[in-house]
Design a protein around this ligand. Structure first.
Ligand code: FES
Length: 223
């Protein structure tokens, strides 16, 4: 039974917050657009285009140092707002302000890292009382080789929704969030309502993970 959901708006759930440790960077693809998602040492999440402004290396292959994201290739470092702050080959040079990576908006909410690639979207994703009222425990993310709309239909999301709270009866509320990777692939992120440290919930989390794996298998068999 559906509890709540919306059409997802212009905000996209990139990954589970729990999967982005401080001081790490990961790559994501949103509708074919490659993104670098990283968390600085203070815990702030950032979403940038996955392309170094120097020679185009993927920033998601780089590393996080002292609040900056450093490119793997020549070590240029990019700080707040994407601006280049250090060029190892010219350590005494102050890089021009025009040398910068391309940041997108990044917000963490409901246990997920979100981005809105288009200007003009609301300032926060998923303003939904049904989601705000629950503490969400991450379950897992799955890559599914099937179009996101097919997956949304298969798990009972309302038409056109990428994000919804599903009531799976015995399993309790489940937050399902789908990231469209491209026309044929998506990521399904799942979170369960309730804190993780209740022993009685462990079986429920396992059941939910098994259910998601089954959804994935069925979708890929029919894709
Ligand atoms: S390509 Fe990134 S520093 Fe050169």
């Amino acid at each position: 039974m559906r509890m709540a959901g919306d059409r997802g708006g212009g905000w996209y759930p990139l990954m589970l917050s729990a999967d982005l440790e401080p001081g790490t960077v990961a790559g994501c693809i949103l509708r074919g657009r490659e993104l670098a998602v990283w968390r600085d040492g203070a815990g702030q999440a950032h979403v940038w285009d996955d392309r170094c402004p120097h020679r185009g290396m993927r920033l998601s292959l780089g590393f996080v140092r002292e609040g900056t994201l450093a490119c793997l290739y020549h070590g240029w470092r990019f700080g707040a707002g994407g601006r280049c702050v250090h060029i190892p080959a010219h350590p005494d040079l102050t890089p021009a302000a025009t040398i910068r990576a391309a940041p997108l908006r990044a917000v963490e909410r409901h246990g997920l890292v979100w981005t809105a690639p288009e200007d003009g979207e609301s300032s926060a994703p998923q303003d939904d009382p049904a989601m705000d009222a629950v503490e969400w425990t991450p379950v897992r993310s799955l890559r599914i080789d099937a179009p996101w709309g097919n997956v949304a239909t298969a798990i009972g999301m309302p038409d056109g929704c990428r994000v919804a709270v599903l009531d799976r009866d015995v399993a309790g509320p489940v937050l399902a969030a789908i990231l469209p990777v491209d026309g044929t692939r998506c990521m399904l992120h799942l979170l369960a309502g309730g804190p993780a440290d209740r022993g009685g919930d462990r079986g429920r989390l396992h059941d939910l993970a098994d259910w998601a794996q089954d959804v994935c298998r069925r979708m890929e068999e029919t894709a």
